[in-house]
Write a protein that binds this ligand. Structure first.
Ligand code: FAD
Length: 472
């Protein structure tokens, strides 16, 4: 068939994985085409994920912080929230970043093709062109011939089949639209995304209920961290329903009525103004014609790769949410660089020891590598060092000493295997623990590193000192 454009590298999807892959490919001398359905670069993360959620969380954190100052003798009035202006702020943040990406793509001569792409075979992709924001298709098509390709088509929120269609029932994208502030909000699925959005709405005035199938919120993090978070946040919730599920969801005129089943659930149907379902995300692997290119997609829609990010078709790579958990932007970016470098003929491997996870709630909860709960489960002998922030001058001065820093070391050689922090800015601090693990640091290396005083960061050095005392 006719070919409209030829390139060395085709990247499908312009999320953090895709734009990073396209930029690195272009920097390494490949003529690169980036296919994206929507009108802006940045994918889920910039448009409806990491960034807008943080723009709202920042405002929520300041509102909470200001209220907290009352006990120090500093009183402000009740905040006046102009929700349209707040939404505008969030959009301004997104526009600044997506605009920046567009400039960087142009500078690198990465050509953008806007539309829905699907493979025709292992060297051709057909793109149904879209216009404007990407919601409408123009009816035109373009065929791109490529030498190599990187699939970065990402993931979408899972909508369980029993969840009805109603404007008051939303996924994270709908919640980020911030249409109004509900009086009562239900979060289905107590993971990071649900609790971040819940934090925003609660600070703006909503009462929260959360229903979670497993036995605890924020699965993956050690329970001692989650307990600190939960104690600090209990005022936001009417019901935290664990090991529980919804049995019916009925949109009515006066609200969405939901019934629950579980050991500690309110009796009878409950009425909500907003229901957020945040029960996980599914990869887009089955929607891109991968079979035509001979690329293997598993039954859930994930595309497995090797450590060079190659699919079973060696000149087609895959990265980001579409290849598996954890579905995180920083993982996608790292994989993007590995894929592009291999495509350019370098030898690169995904050999990161650890990938950090962060809940940007208040307080933040951050962890990386081996957790204490996992070590216990697997019978791994560890030495832990815990430094409570109640002993940190800075945390006390800030009026926020509820948190702690915990480091996990190999009991035999003292090497750091993991770390976890709960407290304001924990996410900014966890990077040092990541570096320690990648560098093979031990408790002495970290404990003898001079950290600035007074900072919460010095709690990492202190936690190592605590562990050293136990180690030797
Ligand atoms: P995506 O960002 O999903 O991008 C894929 C792109 O491909 C999309 O733009 C899509 O339109 C396009 N596409 C798909 N199929 C086609 C096709 N056939 N043709 C053309 N284009 C196509 N991660 C973090 O690390 N930190 C956070 O704080 C964080 N917060 C989050 C908050 C929320 C509410 C959500 C939903 C997610 C959050 N994440 C966060 C996860 C993060 O957004 C993802 O891990 C990340 O966006 C994955 O990047 P990606 O490049 O794999 O794919």
């Amino acid at each position: 068939g006719p070919v409209d454009i030829e390139c060395d590298m085709l990247v499908l999807g312009a999320g953090p994985g895709g734009y990073s892959a396209a930029f690195r490919s272009a920097d390494l001398g490949m003529k690169t085409i980036l296919v994206e359905r929507y009108g802006t670069l940045g994918g889920v993360c910039l448009n409806v994920g990491c960034i807008p959620s943080k723009a709202l969380l920042h405002n929520a954190a300041v509102i909470d912080e200001v209220a907290h100052l009352a006990s120090n003798g500093i009183k402000f009035g009740k905040p006046e929230v102009d929700i349209d202006a707040l939404r505008g702020y969030k959009e301004k943040v997104i526009n600044k970043l997506t605009g920046g990406l567009a400039g960087m793509a142009k500078m690198r001569k990465v050509e953008q093709v806007r539309g829905i792409g699907a493979f025709l075979d292992a060297y051709h992709m057909e793109v149904q062109l879209s216009s404007g924001t990407g919601k409408d298709l123009t009816g035109e098509k373009k065929v791109v011939k490529f030498k190599q390709a990187i699939i970065a088509a990402g993931s979408q929120a899972v909508k369980l089949p029993f969840i009805p269609n109603d404007p008051r029932i939303v996924d994270s994208t709908g919640a980020l639209e911030l249409k109004s502030v509900p009086k009562r909000m239900l979060i289905i699925g107590g993971g990071i995304i649900g609790l971040e959005m819940g934090t925003v709405y609660s600070t703006l005035g909503a009462r929260l209920d959360v229903v979670e199938l497993s036995n605890g919120l924020m699965q993956g993090a050690d329970r001692d961290l989650v307990k600190v978070w939960q104690d600090w946040n209990k005022h936001r919730f009417d019901n935290i329903m664990l090991e529980s599920k919804t049995t019916s969801i009925e949109p009515k005129e006066d609200g969405v009525w939901v019934t629950f089943e579980g050991p500690k659930v309110p009796e009878g149907p409950q009425c909500y103004d907003l229901v957020l379902y945040s029960t996980g995300r599914a990869p887009n692997g089955k929607k891109i014609g991968a079979d035509k290119a001979g690329v293997y997609v598993d039954e859930r829609g994930f595309i497995p790769t090797d450590k060079q990010m190659r699919t079973n078709v060696p000149h087609i790579f895959a990265i980001g949410d579409i290849i598996g958990q954890p579905m995180l932007a920083h993982k996608a970016v790292h994989e993007a660089h590995v894929a592009a470098e291999n495509a350019a003929g370098h030898k690169a491997f995904f050999d990161a020891r650890v990938i950090p996870g962060v809940a940007y709630t208040d307080p933040e909860v951050a962890w990386v590598g081996l957790t204490e709960d996992q070590a216990k489960k697997d019978g791994i002998k560890i030495t832990k060092g815990v430094f409570p922030w109640a002993a940190s001058g800075r945390a006390i001065a800030n009026g926020r000493d509820e948190g702690f820093t915990k480091l996990i070391f190999d009991a035999e050689n003292g090497q750091i295997l993991g770390g976890a922090i709960v407290g304001p800015h924990a996410g900014d601090m966890i990077g040092e623990v990541c570096l320690g693990i990648e560098m093979g640091a031990d408790a002495v290396d970290i404990g003898k590193t001079i950290h600035p005083h007074p900072t919460m960061g010095e709690s990492i050095g202190m936690a190592a000192e605590v562990a050293k005392g136990v180690c030797t």
